[in-house]
Design a protein around this ligand. Sequence first.
Ligand code: NAD
Length: 305
Amino acid sequence: MTAQIIDGKAFAAEVREKVAGHVSRLKQEHGITPGLAVVLVGEDPASQVYVRNKGKQTIEVGMSSFEHKLPAETSQEELLELLDRLNADPQIHGILVQLPLPSHVDEELVINRIDPDKDVDGFHISNVGRLATGQKSMVPCTPLGCLMMLRDQRGSLSGLDAVVIGRSNIVGKPMAQLLLGDSCTVTIAHSRTRGLPEVVRRADVVVAAVGRPGFVRGEWIKPGATVIDVGINRIEAPEKGTNDDGSVKTRLVGDVDFDGAVQVAGAITPVPGGVGPMTIACLLANTVTACCRANGLDEPEGLTA
Ligand code: NAD
């Protein structure tokens, strides 16, 4: 059996199309344009690329994009003051602070200064608590994207055995909460888990968020399981040759041994082109959701947890 390959790029395009439809209705029927503010401190090249892509896609779906690029030496106080202004600005429905922040800034303090209703990354302690207690919350974008793909692929997730490998606050923990919310029997595995292959072998749904190339072996997968690979790892690819400076070319791979797992799984996300594109799409979805809630309007269907 060969697994169905879940096309995250196409799925993300569908989500963005839905978002654009809601944005258009909000503008036409209510005169409201959803707005997303992204704050970047410093010049980390990867963060600059993420922020550029977020801004571009925000505009493409018809929303307003507000970018605040601050120098690396910006003080914590200045950053908090900017967040206070963004919190109070009615044109802004979503606020995202690009992580990581420079070491002189207390990341937790900054994240918790964002108005929880505008916290489109879902990292504010109130949103973490709301998600854990089953209340309406802003849900972290990457796990939300994984959940959307799982629901689309499996229909109801109720009663399925799910294993989440990784317990980070950004992916593993919220993913486990979402699966629990959809009535899966959830196991969270991590670096101290014993007998991981056996744990994974029981699972109808496997979400891998470890950060190690090809870590989850094909022979661990239960036949027919749905495998969601969150990992993004850059490895050397000598088969692609060398760069002008003589260094070996690289390629991206996930946390799952794709070639092995694709022979056994029922469905699997590739890397690249799986979970990755869903993250920004879900950021846009969260911004529309936040805008609707802020204006007392019905939430868009299919874009929240
Ligand atoms: P993290 O480093 O914060 O967490 C990794 C987790 O893996 C930890 O909880 C750890 O317990 C677990 N782990 C480490 N070694 C293990 C082992 N031997 N066995 C079992 N578990 C082990 O990473 P993160 O932020 O959760 O990200 C995980 C991966 O997902 C990374 O590759 C990251 O680049 C990727 N990621 C992708 C997206 C996206 O697609 N947009 C978003 C966030 C993260």
